[in-house]
Design a protein around this ligand. Structure first.
Ligand SMILES: CC(C)(COP(=O)(O)OP(=O)(O)OC[C@H]1O[C@@H](n2cnc3c(N)ncnc32)[C@H](O)[C@@H]1OP(=O)(O)O)[C@@H](O)C(=O)NCCC(=O)NCCS
Length: 251
């Protein structure tokens, strides 16, 4: 599938991901990420069930597979309230329905890297988020050792908001993650004294929630490590991958 020679200047076009992309999408995820995504995740992506996604294809491919994915980005919308970054978003008392776009996965097959494909895909996400009146930011997690992705998001002007110690648990090992945010529609974090106080209060509420969750997890270890589905994961503070390598959520 990926043993292809590409022309020096491939002609890349971008389109939404569709049903016919199912197999290619799951194969690329398997080849790019150290963890396995559940089938349900891919089915939701190609059917647009709660997930908005785009892909890149090379219409100048010499092998004729001109509609086969060479890059993709998958996203979903969440509310600020439900997210873990409510303290990073400007309070807007007139709107209770503020939202965020969360980047679930982003990838480009190796032969097509450094051609600006991920840049175009993420720009598409930013455009999409900016068009949603209630949307305040695009955000995502990157595992701390993924230098190319970290440099990529920095180049794209995402703000490194925080480091989350031991955020990922993959095959028996903990890894930190970085949380990157790109503000849209004036969603930048608070700066007035009142807003700062509200943000601090939100931060402590978040810490309390985490502490409660930790205590709860301590009481119920078995459920802590049990397999989750992709849908559950966005509201969780940690992404945990089981020893069998099955997964629910990461980027
Ligand atoms: C991160 C990734 C999506 C970038 O895709 P891409 O199409 O090559 O990115 P672009 O060509 O649009 O942008 C390249 C920029 O990213 C950074 N970058 C990408 N690969 C890099 C590498 N190997 N080393 C250093 N910087 C790198 C550079 O800042 C580069 O900027 P430049 O063009 O000014 O040199 C790609 O490397 C990938 O698919 N990696 C595996 C999956 C992954 O890690 N996904 C992200 C998870 S959060």
């Amino acid at each position: 599938m990926f043993d292809i020679e590409i022309s020096h200047c491939p002609t890349i076009i971008y389109r939404p991901i569709q049903s016919s992309d199912l197999e290619a999408l799951s194969q690329i995820h398997a080849s790019l990420f150290p963890i396995r995504y559940e089938r349900e995740f891919f089915i939701n992506v190609v059917n647009g069930h709660g997930i908005v996604s785009w892909c890149a294809v090379d219409i100048s491919r010499p092998d004729g597979n001109v509609d086969e994915l060479v890059g993709f980005v998958t996203t979903r919308i969440t509310t600020v309230k439900e997210s873990e970054i409510d303290d990073l978003i400007k309070c807007d008392t007139s709107r209770i329905d503020q939202t965020l776009v969360y980047i679930l996965t982003l990838g480009v097959v190796e032969q097509y890297r450094n051609l600006g494909i991920a840049t175009s895909l993420v720009q598409e996400v930013i455009k999409y988020a900016s068009r949603i009146a209630s949307c305040r930011a695009v955000y995502l997690h990157v595992i701390a050792y993924n230098q190319p992705a970290i440099r990529f998001y920095q180049k794209m002007m995402f703000m490194l908001a925080r480091r989350l110690p031991k955020f990922y648990y993959i095959n028996g090992q903990h890894y930190d993650s970085f949380l990157f945010v790109y503000y849209v529609n004036g969603g930048r974090s608070p700066c007035s004294p009142m807003e700062a106080i509200a943000a601090i209060a939100a931060y402590f509420r978040g810490q309390l929630r985490m502490l409660t969750a930790k205590l709860w997890n301590r009481d119920d270890k078995s459920s802590r490590w049990s397999k989750c589905t992709e849908n559950q994961s966005l509201t969780q503070n940690k992404r945990i991958v089981s020893a069998e390598n099955s997964v629910f959520q990461t980027v």
